[in-house]
Design a protein around this ligand. Sequence first.
Ligand code: CAA
Length: 286
Amino acid sequence: MTVPEIRRIGVVGLGAMGAGIAQLAIEAGYETIGREVSDELGHAASGRIAHFLQRKVDKERMSADEREAALGRLETTTELGALFDCDLVVEAIVEELDAKLELFAALEGIVRPDAVLATNTSALSVTEIAASVSAPERVVGMHFFNPAPLMPLVEIVRAELSSDDAVDAAFEVGERMGKQPIRCHDTPGFVVNRVLIPLLNDCIRVLDEARVSPEDLDTAMTAGAGWPMGPCTLVDLVGIDVHVHASEALYEKLREPRMAPPPRIVAMRNAGLLGRKSGRGFYAYD
Ligand code: CAA
């Protein structure tokens, strides 16, 4: 499969990750179209991107003209069909396999046959997602980290049938976005989550074992292990529901006890304490 030069990027799902990816794409000079299920959600995402770019202007990391030009490259839509002329589509919707399978099958009927389809999944199998299309060689993983505009890494994930061209194209896009891409194969959790998810679960178990407060555990890991933010702050940022889901997905595949989400965090998820986005997790937010 020969991949076209990537000029236009589609992003499906403009939540925290999708909006961050769209921000990176417009800053890197790509024409970008983001798809959300309602105009309200699409406008809210463009508003957040405009806000973060304004902060960059305020801090003199970007000129006002550059901000205007970047925002001029961003379009939002509720119609999946509007992504027809994208060279690369990055999926960042809910972490549910069936929803992703349905989306990829629909995208295949919309975009050109040579367009690359990427998933930002953090814990599902890229190979399983790729199996929903008739040309799985065009499917790769592009796994960004939260917050996407700030975290330098993107994992470029090769599924069983990904073509070299599709992997290389995704890698080059990652580089042009100013990221540090790495290549890896489609194994549960890829590289970072394979290590980070059990580690964060250990941290949550330590809360009860050592009878330490979330504040003190965060101090322990920032002041004693040099983490940029403590584990409770990090899980609140990522989303308690996202973390529980990723843990469950990895446990299902690897059957390692440390992968299983600790009961304490499952209870938090069930109670609607989802972290920053719901206003309450380990900490309370305004
Ligand atoms: N999008 C865009 N810009 C953002 C942003 C966002 N979501 N959040 C913050 N910013 C911008 C803001 O403009 C902010 O400046 P102002 O507050 O002046 O507006 C600017 O970035 C800098 O923010 P901070 O001052 O908070 O930056 P910091 O130096 O404290 O670093 C951090 C923040 C990079 C997040 C750092 O704390 C860090 O590295 N934390 C660890 C994060 C981490 O481990 N992420 C991985 C999570 S795991 C994951 O994502 C995998 C998965 O699959 C679930």
